[in-house]
Design a protein around this ligand. Structure first.
Ligand code: TXA
Ligand code: MG
Length: 337
């Protein structure tokens, strides 16, 4: 298949490109587009054949449901069966933005979208390209082959999906670089299914209590091919001590292995080890750390080392999201120091 690539200005995408891509979607084609979180692999929600193609192209198990992207609250009526009042409160505060809500499904939504569940996940993305395209409801998982990290640049998408989709809209690097936060509102109390780009504490201000239950059967994780170890500690406030322990573990491992470390610049500055260094960003900027994680994990596999060792972070705010992705990437190979 021929894949068209459209380069657009992320702030002011060309209307012609948007219209052309909406036409492709309406005809049953697949369009990869940027969102504020990661790139999405989109199909028109009400075309089950097109939605099925997403599963084929991504090699995603059909038991793993998709998120519907909308651009206006009114569209919720054709996606969900009922709209609890709290949805309007959340939408007022966080939409458009990286928050996905699981609600009772409208029977009109094809079963292939929701893997036959009676619930549906929906969000209003903040990226201008995604928001304009979502004039028609679009289902979109992250635009990676299953088992790869979510793509944060069009280059990642091209590596995974070129020749398998009708179009790719390239608007440069996605701002958050980590997926949306998913809350299941059909449960009482609401359940956090996936920590993401919107810190759960902020949602808690509206919802009150939220149950954290991120081990759902569908939530699939990425692990790099290279074995990865996370070094965690109880209390990161004594950073000097953490750095000393991290250094000593890596020195030991590097005696008989080729090691790469994935670390903040603060940690890199404090230690001296015989290892390749992948910088995640500054500990003072959780957004930067999250944004660089998937890219860094792709990089780790390119370095051809025996082992990756990654820094741990406090599970507060976006730190919860970061540690969720890190621990899963490590396949829960965690060393507590
Ligand atoms: O930021 C994002 O959410 C990106 C962009 C493209 O919007 N999308 C994304 O989609 O990450 P995906 O398919 O890679 O992850 C969606 C997650 C899956 O783990 C899926 O199991 C869960 O949402 N999900 C979807 N519908 C659900 C439902 N009805 N109940 C529970 N979980 C659901
Ligand atoms: Mg995904």
């Amino acid at each position: 298949m021929q894949t068209r690539i459209y380069k657009v200005d992320p702030e002011k995408p060309s209307d012609d490109v948007i219209e052309e891509c909406i036409e492709i979607l309406k005809r049953g084609g697949l369009v990869v587009f940027p969102t504020e979180t990661v790139y999405g692999l989109g199909a028109y929600t009400f075309n089950p054949k097109a939605v099925l193609k997403i599963f084929e192209v991504k090699r995603r198990p059909p038991t793993n449901p998709l998120i519907v992207h909308i651009s206006e609250l009114e569209q919720l009526n054709e996606i969900v069966a009922e709209i609890p009042d709290v949805v309007f409160e959340l939408a007022e505060k966080f939409w458009p933005g990286p928050l996905t809500l699981v609600l009772k499904k409208n029977p009109k939504v094809p079963d292939v979208v929701t893997a036959k569940l009676d619930t549906v996940a929906v969000r209003m993305p903040a990226h201008p390209v995604a928001l304009k395209l979502a004039r028609i409801p679009i289902v979109a998982p992250s635009a990676n082959i299953a088992g790869k990290p979510s793509p944060t640049t069009a280059e990642h998408v091209i590596k995974d999906l070129y020749g398998k989709v009708d179009a790719i809209i390239d608007a440069g690097e996605t701002p958050y670089g980590v997926e949306s936060t998913i809350i299941d509102l059909t449960k009482k109390p609401p359940v956090l299914i996936r920590p993401g780009a919107l810190p759960v504490e902020k949602i808690g201000e509206i919802l009150g209590s939220i149950k954290i239950q991120t081990k759902t059967p569908f939530y699939q994780h990425y692990t790099p091919n290279t074995s990865l170890l996370v070094i965690e500690t109880e209390d990161y406030s004594n950073f000097e001590e953490y750095a000393r322990k991290f250094e000593s573990v890596v020195r030991d491992l590097a005696k008989d292995k080729n090691v790469a470390i994935i670390v903040s610049k603060e940690l890199a500055e404090k230690i001296s080890v015989n290892a390749k260094v992948i910088l995640l960003g500054s500990r003072k900027d959780m957004y930067e750390l999250c944004r660089n994680l998937f890219k860094s994990l792709r990089r780790l596999d390119e370095l051809n080392v025996d082992l990756g060792v990654i820094e741990g972070f406090e599970e507060k705010g976006l730190g919860l999201t970061l540690m969720d992705r890190i621990r899963n990437a490590s396949n829960f190979k965690i060393l507590k120091v």
